[in-house]
Ligand binder design. Structure first.
Ligand SMILES: C[S@@+](CC[C@H](N)C(=O)[O-])C[C@H]1O[C@@H](n2cnc3c(N)ncnc32)[C@H](O)[C@@H]1O
Length: 292
């Protein structure tokens, strides 16, 4: 629930989002900070919210956050130098906000996003991107993507969630920060990754929620139908731990993941387009084999 006092007037913001993350940002701002008048653009989301700034800067799917000064879809700029563009935009902001613009000795940074369709102007509200997590020591998968993967896993209180190739544990940490009363297990074959994962878990103060163990995802040390959600960023196309491209083992890894999932459990995988095709082929084969 967002932190809101009854008399708070909505403030208009915009944030930037990674490729394909815009829908997650829209969903998160509506769910967590009672966003209204939401506009989804490529790589950006504009919204109004009455929530306390602490809730806004706690958004997990966005990259950078700005106070919106102006969203202009009718701006026609002469083809001219950057300096002249700054002058035109400065003059417009000055008219809009009655601010005195001094391009030589600025007091604040105004960020301008200029495309063929619109011009967005805003003041950055944080020094570092929201995507930089202060609770993660060693970064692995981009935190916004890890958070998005956890958010589609439909994690409920009382769930048992497993990342069978957890690396430094980013997905588990993002999920554990969001959900209480959930038990998370990370599995990895590589000792160095496991050391970093354990350090990350301790740094985030999540030792009571996340456990990390050494095992192979080819033979998961878990009972069949014992897991509510499997969330995994597969290492294919890259070489990890065993120094073997794990794509060769894909059918076995998939069958282990589905074996441990309970009926109705959720499997969330981060895949390249090529790998996605390979998995669809495997699943189709599995279906036709079971029909025969
Ligand atoms: C893409 S990385 C995961 C990154 C992770 N999401 C993070 O944020 O750090 C894939 C991981 O799979 C592990 N791995 C590779 N083969 C494995 C296997 N057979 N069993 C378990 N883990 C394996 C690698 O050691 C590596 O840490």
């Amino acid at each position: 629930m967002s932190d809101m006092s009854p008399d708070c007037l909505p403030v208009r913001y915009f944030c930037t989002a990674g490729n394909g993350m815009e829908t997650f940002v829209v969903d998160e701002v509506k769910r967590k900070v009672e966003a209204q008048d939401v506009i989804k653009l490529q790589g950006k989301v504009i919204f109004s919210s009455p929530a306390n700034i602490k809730s806004i800067i706690n958004l997990k799917s966005a990259e950078r956050l700005f106070l919106l000064l102006n969203y202009d879809t009718a701006l026609k700029l002469p083809s001219t130098s950057t300096k002249d563009v700054s002058k035109v935009l400065g003059a417009r902001l000055s008219t809009l906000l009655s601010w005195k613009v001094d391009l030589k000795n600025p007091h604040i940074e105004v960020n301008v996003n200029l495309t063929d369709d619109y011009c967005l102007q805003g003041i950055p509200l944080t020094k570092f991107p929201l995507a930089n997590r202060n609770y993660i020591q060693t970064t692995g998968l981009r935190s916004t993507i890890a958070w998005a993967m956890a958010s589609v896993a439909q994690i409920q209180a009382g769930s048992f969630v497993v990342d069978p190739m957890c690396g430094v544990g980013t997905i588990l940490i993002e999920a554990a920060k969001e959900h209480s009363d959930v038990y998370f297990l990370g599995i990895d074959i590589d000792d160095e990754q496991l050391i970093k994962a354990n350090r990350n878990v301790a740094y985030a103060h999540l030792e009571d929620k996340i456990q990390v163990i050494k095992a192979s995802s080819l033979v998961l040390p878990l009972h069949s139908e014992s897991v509510d959600a499997v969330v995994c960023d597969l290492p294919f196309g890259r070489k990890f731990g065993t120094k073997v491209d794990a794509a060769i083992n894909l059918p076995l890894i998939l069958s282990e993941m589905t074996r441990v999932l309970r009926v109705g459990g959720i499997l969330v995988l981060l895949l390249s387009p090529q790998l996605s095709c390979q998995i669809k082929r495997l699943l189709t084969q599995e279906k036709s084999n079971s029909v025969v």
